[in-house]
Design a protein around this ligand. Sequence first.
Ligand code: NAI
Ligand code: MG
Length: 375
Amino acid sequence: MAKYKIAWLPGDGIGVDVMEAAKIVLDRLALDAEYIHGDIGWTFWCKEGDALPQRTIALIGKVDAALFGAITSKPARAAQDELSAELKKKGGFSYRSPIVRMRQSFDLYVCLRPCKAYPGNPLNYKEGIDLVVFRENTEDLYAGVEFSPVPAELIATLNNLAKTNFAPFSKIPGDKFAISCKINTWASSERIVRRAFEFARKFHRKKVTIVHKANVVRATDGMFLDIAKEVAKEFKDIPMDDANIDAMTMWLLKNPFNYDILVAPNLYGDIISDLCAQMVGGLGFGCSGNIGDKRAVFEPTHGSAPKYAGMYKVNSIATILAAKMMLDWLGEKDKADSVERAVAKVIKDGKVRTYDMGGSNTTLEMGKAVAACLQ
Ligand code: NAI
Ligand code: MG
């Protein structure tokens, strides 16, 4: 029996292309693993009314780790047209992001996104950038508590309770506005901040920055900031500061070297991690780990880029680096380091480059080049 069982979730679009390239690298490493395919994504919503079928949830629940490519998400309303005739007869289904569901189902509360400028990457915003984003991964605006149309009872409650100048609730019909709840708990905010500080201590990082909008979004982000300050008291050896999300985007571009570890609630973490990915070469380089206490799912930060689907054109480095994160998590540090060194060498040599790097090599050629540099 293989040492590890790994759920293999290519999804759709370029998810399929980049996962094939990552497999070339893992195969060359001779990781003692069994890779088990799992269904996820749009096709399964159309066929079965579920983009994350129960069998895939069961699979993720019994493996050591999972590697996921990307999926295409569609707006729920437009989506109904593409359901199979049989499911249409059953009256349609709501669509919820399978990725968000996967993160919530397994309590994968840390979204860890390292963004490192590998030397020689022509796309680096500046050489030497090395940022790590800790994004809360289970709640905030992604909690999935949304109303459209807004039910009359909720309008009545808001009219009674909301003490704000903006209270159009009684004047606007329920189908003419929508509500998405930003829900943050003390416990989830505390654990993501704690993981960020622990990481900073373990890897001798210079600072933790809390990203928020506490001056305006006072209840939720105010609480997040308060908690962060509490946690920071236990980590007096690690400097901490904080910044509003809007200012943060500006400061990051102005002086990325002032920052090191960034920790944020879900939405701001999502935004800031795309920005950080762009500073180290773009989405083709952004890797991501969805990590809980027992389980983890690794993926590139990018989506399914439908216009490039099946063309084997996009950069597979993001997914190869996600596989590297998975190896680290499994405790295969030597193999993980070897993958990172190989990626760094391919980037530095500059002989194999996908379109985003100004080259014409394919997704799989990038995978083969990294595999060839493994030592
Ligand atoms: P996207 O990340 O799929 O692509 C945006 C653009 O970034 C692409 O057109 C391409 O120019 C570039 N890009 C992305 N990956 C690249 C790579 N590996 N190499 C080189 N260039 C790359 O974002 P988009 O177009 O906004 O979303 C497409 C679909 O993916 C949507 O349905 C979206 O909801 C979904 N999505 C899925 C995610 C996931 O599966 N984790 C995450 C983000 C979006
Ligand atoms: Mg994103």
